[in-house]
Design a binder for this molecule. Structure first.
Ligand SMILES: Cc1cc2nc3c(=O)[nH]c(=O)nc-3n(C[C@H](O)[C@H](O)[C@H](O)COP(=O)(O)OP(=O)(O)OC[C@H]3O[C@@H](n4cnc5c(N)ncnc54)[C@H](O)[C@@H]3O)c2cc1C
Length: 430
């Protein structure tokens, strides 16, 4: 029997340290600093760098990576247990060296980068000396990459890119962008695009504007223009025509890492909800004594624990198979349910805090917006439900008969046939 819900004692001690460290040292950063990706901000670096050094000393730096890249190679289950703590704080992932989109970009650089690309981009990225951007979505549509129009045309020893990208997070802080463009327009749809590394100082690209939303620290989602952007030929990342394959390497891990952190965010909302209803009185009794309030607490706990178990089981499957393709359906399921879990729990927390809850003196509107972020980034929930449904349906067969195989008269007929002799024998004796 391999089922086990226990954390080994040594790692549990690490987690206990992380929980305390995040509460006392990291969560307060969210209140006093600007954007975590702004690596040139002196105030940020003065406070964040010593904490990052402490994390390295504890051997908890970049835990999403294997030891060959400076990570611990803990695997996804241990990472999940860590990330659900880091998810409580905006600065958590940065202090522990596993922040998006750098974590995913590091994974594809590690997987597909040439030795030169790794030296120039991966090493400083892993050290958080620089940050990066993944520019894939285009203004005319993100959920269907087949309609992207950005092109890359070969010219001597360069590729020349033209087009626009949309919602490219952290473009304004990034030292390089990883971007996809059509290099082979006549190839089948999923083999038309290639991935490129664009260094920040390359002439020919600009940020038209930085787009944000109300609860963010700063508008950081770049609307980008490429105008005859010349990228050296050796800046192609991965094989020509393989942009979709390369993207999947980062998206599989990225989606489950978001889910791990979302557990932490949702748990924070539940904890606040519990403190409030145990403290607030109405019509002579605590809110916590009202059954409709109790239902909200119970529903939130159940939804959170169901979600957490699904995330942990998927993490375990990844560790076991070491192949994201084999757990595509499980990851799609997590990605699809994640926004709903966070949305519903954060909304209940907001509502139970009344006017205080909706105010800008509480984090609930931010959490609710975060649920929409989780529902869109790395693809909308609907697309992931389609993926999951396809995986589930692929395990079943159609029947050519008029009535289903489980039609009760047929089921009964088969059962009677199966036990006819045994029952006849008993009936005859009787
Ligand atoms: C906070 C945030 C950060 C992001 N960061 C990045 C980034 O760094 N890099 C990057 O490249 N992109 C980024 N994105 C973009 C993200 O990948 C896209 O928003 C997403 O893929 C959806 O694309 P879209 O916004 O163009 O919506 P559309 O493609 O226009 O879809 C709009 C809506 O249509 C519905 N829909 C779409 N497809 C289907 C379908 N098959 N079936 C049923 N309904 C459907 C869904 O409700 C969907 O939300 C980010 C997005 C957000 C919100």
């Amino acid at each position: 029997m391999g089922w086990d819900f226990e954390t080994d004692a040594e790692y549990q001690r690490q987690l206990d340290w992380v929980r305390d460290f995040v509460r006392t040292e990291v969560e307060p950063l969210d209140q006093v600093l600007g954007h975590p990706a702004d690596v040139h901000d002196a105030r940020r670096n003065a406070l964040v760098r010593p904490l990052q050094a402490e994390v390295r000393k504890r051997k908890l730096w970049a835990c999403h990576l294997g030891p060959e890249l400076g990570g611990q190679g803990y695997g996804q289950v241990k990472l999940a247990l860590l990330n659900e703590i880091l998810g409580r704080s905006l600065y958590g992932p940065t202090v522990f060296g596993c922040q998006a989109p750098d974590s995913g970009n590091a994974e594809i650089l590690a997987h597909y980068g040439t030795p030169e690309q790794k030296k120039k981009y991966l090493e400083p990225l892993l050290a958080n000396e620089i940050v990066s951007c993944f520019a894939m979505t285009e203004p005319q549509g993100g959920a269907d990459p087949k309609i992207f129009t950005t092109t890359a045309v070969r010219d001597g020893d360069h590729w020349v890119l033209n087009g626009q990208k949309w919602f490219a997070s952290h473009a304004r802080y990034a030292e390089f962008l990883i971007t996809m463009a059509i290099t082979d327009p006549d190839a089948p749809p999923y083999q038309r695009m290639s991935m490129f590394i664009v260094p920040r100082d390359t002439p020919g690209w600009k940020i038209i504007r930085n787009v944000g939303y109300d609860t963010e620290k700063a508008p950081t989602h770049g609307y980008l223009q490429y105008d005859n952007l010349r990228v050296p030929a050796d800046h192609m990342l991965g094989p020509r025509g393989a942009a979709f394959v390369v993207a999947q390497v980062r998206l599989g891990g990225g989606r489950i890492h978001h889910a791990m952190r979302t557990i932490g965010d949702a748990r924070r909302a539940l904890e606040m909800m519990c403190e409030r209803v145990l403290s607030r009185t109405t019509q002579g009794e605590l809110l916590a004594r009202k059954q409709m309030v109790q239902e909200k607490i119970a529903d939130s706990w159940i939804e959170l624990e169901q979600f957490r178990l699904l995330v942990l089981r998927t993490a375990w499957l990844i560790d076991r198979h070491k192949d994201y393709k084999r757990v595509r359906g499980d990851i799609a399921a997590i990605k699809a349910i994640m926004p709903k879990v966070l949305h519903d729990i954060a909304s209940r927390a907001l509502h139970l805090h009344g006017s205080l809850g909706i105010s800008n003196e509480m984090p609930f509107t931010e959490m609710v917006m975060q649920s929409y972020h989780m529902g869109l980034a790395d693809g909308p929930a609907e697309v992931h439900k389609v993926t999951l449904a396809r995986e589930v349906l692929s395990q079943f067969k159609a029947t050519a008969e008029l009535f289903p195989d489980y039609h009760l008269p047929l089921v009964r007929e088969r059962a009677i046939e199966k036990y006819r002799k045994a029952l006849e024998h008993i009936d005859n004796v009787a």
